[in-house]
Write a protein that binds this ligand. Structure first.
Ligand code: ATP
Length: 251
């Protein structure tokens, strides 16, 4: 689906190469300032790498028209700061922009896609509220809904669980991953919680100081060593019902 080859961006990203298969859920995990958002911005063609290539379905990213590209790929960025105080419903409907001709009104299919996205995340009750008046967590959920409304086959989610309470962190991950599994969508997620990554991802890439450090192993001892290297603090890891879980060591 997506192939990244030897990507460099300023002093921030160095020699980044990886691939995402169709239907795969890939998490990028790394400390603050590691370069994750910058990587997502390169992947979504918002900034141009100095060197390296990105291929989407085998075709260089730069060869796509914006409409073609954003029908295939949706980005839920870390922050959305709309210029106007749109209602939530209108904000989510904007995810349909790649399907509309300039100045054309959204059609039935677009309204349905927006409604469906809000329903998947249980946000219908917010539809008439101004986006700017929502809490940080509600804004995050609505931003994910907007990316879902885009109906792309690759969705890039930059910290989709930031500001969410534990219940919503888990439920949002569960719902978007279920949706991806049912529809063979590829997801690339930037997460800060290694447990959410371990629970939901097919693969976890670690990044530090702008360089990929390799895949996070799923075996408890190896995860612990890899996370200690990544975050430079001690970790404890254990197995629970065939899953590996971790937390920073209290001692
Ligand atoms: N526009 C920019 N100009 C210069 N430096 C930048 C710019 N954007 C980001 N950086 C720097 O690049 C590095 C990586 O930033 P980035 O936002 O990609 O990290 P991140 O891994 O997403 O961090 P976080 O987890 O804190 O969101 C940081 O040192 C940051 O200060």
């Amino acid at each position: 689906m997506l192939e990244v080859k030897e990507l460099h961006y300023k002093h921030i990203l160095k020699d980044i190469s990886f691939a995402v298969k169709e239907g795969e859920i890939l998490v990028v995990l790394g400390p603050n300032g590691a370069g994750k958002t910058t990587l997502f911005r390169c992947l979504a063609r918002l900034i141009k790498p100095d060197r390296g290539k990105i291929f989407l379905l085998g075709r260089p990213l730069e060869d796509y028209s914006p409409k073609e590209l954003y029908r295939l790929m949706a980005l839920c960025p870390q922050h959305f700061r709309p210029e106007f105080s749109y209602k939530v419903y209108t904000f989510v409907l904007m995810g349909r922009t790649p399907y509309l001709s300039p100045l054309a009104q959204p059609r039935k299919k677009d309204f349905e896609a927006a409604q469906k996205a809000l329903k998947i995340l249980g946000l219908e009750h917010l539809a008439e509220r101004p986006f700017s008046e929502l809490s940080g967590g509600q804004q995050r959920l609505v931003s994910v809904a907007r990316a879902l409304a885009q109906e792309a086959s690759l969705i890039l989610l930059d910290e989709p669980t930031a500001f969410l309470d534990l219940r919503h962190q888990f439920l949002v991950m569960k719902k978007i991953c279920q949706l991806a599994r049912q529809n063979n969508l590829s997801l690339v997620l930037n997460l800060h919680d290694p447990n959410l990554a371990l629970l939901f991802a097919d693969r976890i890439l670690t990044i530090k100081n702008g360089r990929l450090m390799g895949e996070l192993p799923k075996n408890p001892e190896k995860v612990q060593i890899a996370l200690e290297k990544l975050y430079e603090i001690p970790f404890v890891s254990f197995s629970y019902q065939e899953r590996t879980l971790v937390f920073p060591s209290p001692v």
